[in-house]
Design a protein around this ligand. Structure first.
Ligand code: ATP
Ligand code: MG
Length: 346
């Protein structure tokens, strides 16, 4: 993959906490890698990093399907370890096992208006995508508040996320400012989103974002035949009907992926020229993309198979990480309860 890093490693500081998470609504895909995982691999070298499997957030739209969420906790954990998230450098934990996050969420709900929640552009978009109307739940509408608790309970300052998460960080910082002002103490610090240069990988269908729930994702765990099928049916230029026709490069998903994943950008430039001129078929391009993706995915798949065969080890890593996180969470909550005058029995 091309250089996609935005972390300034000169600012190395083990005291700075980085946090991100993923919803266990499916295994992780190329969009996660580009938008967030690649950054986390660098961050773990220089910061104190926590990575959260956001099962509570997954339940906001999968509450009727708890088995799916449960199964995907393991899938997501295996994806982390397969891409190189190192449990010795990064603490991985499960959101629902940290009750302090839920407690903090309840306190934060008083600091946000319903109107503000309805204005969050990412949530607005997701409400449309999921077809929610009168059946929109309070849990879904309020998930950015829970996310503010996720970020702040551990006092995270650096959040390596995709572009869709910027409104969440903005909302988190509003809550941080309100909390500190109302309770008269600098308990929390504002967080900074660390957005990758390629902030959003489009879906294989050409839509703006690859998403696990959108049916347009290439998963890190997809076997070769599935990758081949997905790439072969990828969106290109709908007006490029015959090989001889001139084709459009802009908005052509195959080229967008080649731009990101192909190490030989000189050849990609030549292919673009040829495609624009006409005489270059989609199949040639797609075959090249398959090869490029296979090179990237093969070692991940191998590591992942080993991990899936040792689920106990993976669960042990999650348990240790969760225990460690809970201790930190309790420290923050003691401060919170104290400034909120809730420390009755100290
Ligand atoms: P869902 O469809 O269930 O919401 P998702 O694919 O959006 O799943 P999340 O777990 O919501 O995945 O997102 C986890 C992280 O990955 C976030 O930081 C998000 O910004 C990033 N991310 C997800 N999809 C992409 C993408 N297509 N491009 C870049 N970053 C992405
Ligand atoms: Mg999402």
């Amino acid at each position: 993959m091309k250089e996609n890093m935005v972390v300034d490693n000169n600012k190395k500081d083990k005291k700075t906490v980085a946090l991100t998470g993923d919803r266990p609504t499916g295994p992780l895909h190329l969009g996660h890698y580009v938008g967030s995982l690649a950054n986390r691999l660098v961050l773990q070298e220089s910061y104190t990093q926590y990575v959260m499997i956001a099962d509570v957030q997954a339940l906001t739209d999968y509450y009727e399907n708890p088995e799916k969420v449960r199964e995907n906790v393991l899938q997501v954990a295996c994806d982390y370890l397969a891409v190189g998230i190192d449990p010795l450098k990064t603490t991985i934990f499960i959101q629902s096992c940290i009750p302090q996050i839920a407690e903090l969420t309840v306190f934060y709900l008083n600091l946000v208006t319903v109107n503000r929640l309805k204005r969050n552009p990412t949530v607005k978009n997701e409400i449309v995508q999921r077809g929610y109307k009168e059946n929109l739940t309070a849990g879904f509408l309020c998930y950015p508040v829970s996310q503010a608790a996720d970020i702040t309970f551990i006092k995270a300052q650096v959040i390596p996320v995709g572009e869709d998460q910027l409104p969440m960080i903005e909302q988190t910082n509003e809550i941080v400012r309100s909390f500190n002002r109302i309770y008269g103490a600098e308990v929390f610090v504002e967080a900074e989103a660390l957005v990758a240069k390629i902030a959003r990988l489009p879906g294989t269908d050409g839509s703006a974002k690859m998403g696990k729930s959108l049916g347009n994702a290439i998963f890190l765990s997809d076997p070769t035949d599935v990758v081949v099928k997905k790439v072969m049916s990828m969106y290109t230029d709908p007006l490029h009907l015959k090989v001889a026709d001139p084709g459009k490069v802009e908005g052509n998903t195959v080229f967008m992926y080649l731009d990101i994943f192909d190490k030989n950008q000189e050849e990609v430039s030549q292919l673009k020229e040829h495609y624009r001129r006409g005489g270059l078929g989609d199949v040639v391009l797609k075959k090249r993309l398959i090869e490029v993706l296979e090179q990237f995915l093969t070692p991940l798949r191998e590591k992942r198979t080993l991990l899936m065969n040792d689920k106990e080890q993976v669960m042990r890593i999650l348990k240790d990480g969760t225990q460690k996180t809970e201790e930190e969470a309790e420290k923050t909550m003691q401060e919170v309860r104290s400034v909120m005058k809730l420390d009755y029995f100290k």
